[in-house]
Design a protein around this ligand. Sequence first.
Ligand SMILES: *Cc1c(COP(=O)(O)O)cnc(C)c1O
Length: 387
Amino acid sequence: MGRGAETGGRLNRWSWVETDLGAIRHNVRELRSRLSDGALLMCAVKADAYGHGAVPCAKAMLEAGADQLAVATVDEGVELRDAGIDAPVLMLNECPPEAVGDLLSHSVMPSIYTEGFAKAYAAEARRRGLVGRYHLAVDTGMTRIGVMPQDAVGFRRMLDSLGGLSCEGTFTHFSTADEPGSGYFGLQAARFSATLLALHEAGLGHGLAHCDNTPGLVLHPEMHLGMCRAGISLYGLHPADSTKGAIALMPAMSVRARVTRVATPGEGACVGYGAAWGCPAGVSVATVPIGYADGLHRALSGRMDVIVNGVRVPQVGRICMDQFMVAIDPRRWPSWAGPVEIGDVVTILGRDGDEEVSADDLAEASGTINYEVTCAFGMMRLGKVFR
Ligand SMILES: *Cc1c(COP(=O)(O)O)cnc(C)c1O
């Protein structure tokens, strides 16, 4: 990828995130093709679609056959509505009671699991003459949100007695869906099935039942029920090694920048804060304008490669707030590759020619998971380009 490559996005900064919407559509179709008969697909576009850009991604997902969308905050739901998206949107938790008006005016369904929130939401729905649609969250063992299984029937009776509410779904979330043969998964699945049965026997409609996330969708089709909630797989990444052989996904995010300077400082020169890397004689140092304030974790200092002109080169010295440096060693530079010059495109995440740096590579080198890698690049200051 040379100097002629498309930059797009913010022209006032030589660094950007690229989202491949064709890859997103491919992943949605791949997931859809695995759903059990009649099961719907809910796409998690929280955290700006895991950093990929919520509105363009949501539109691509709906085009490719997604049924519903999931967000984490009121503002994320409002952003989708303001962009003209009218598919059902579920907020995967409660929000401050002061924000229930925004939910109702934008038709974003909350999850419900506390009495205080339920009363605020129901009262505002009645005041506006609207039906407050919601999904009931059940805590089967994640110990994060939800009513306890034994409390579900009583809680639902209380909700129904408030008036103004309509239960559109009942869901739980697994902690170990990615671990084949997990006994804890079995326990959660059994508790959820028992809760659905208890609601049914009490004459309370549970609406759409859903529990599988990406690893659940791929590895536990017996729990597809009415709907699956996919997240990381939509973006072409695997939640764990256990799903890798089972589904063919296409990564959607690349992170690129352009070289802003090339120097050959000579023997004795050191690179970056703390003068932590000594530059050997004859080696050139190129500067790349992305740093930890852009989501490139400082813990990756000295532990990552980038691709420039199709060649993998090591990052050297400490990653700065907005920039980092790479070493270009002429003794290891292939004869087919052009010299590195100002303006050349650097790939920090993604593919260039035959080389690739994956979100899993960066996650492993910085001691985290691929989810956090894409969220970090996407939530910070980089402009986004959609292809
Ligand atoms: C984020 C989220 C998902 C999606 O999980 P992935 O592992 O990314 O597929 C599903 N359900 C809930 C409740 C979530 O918070």
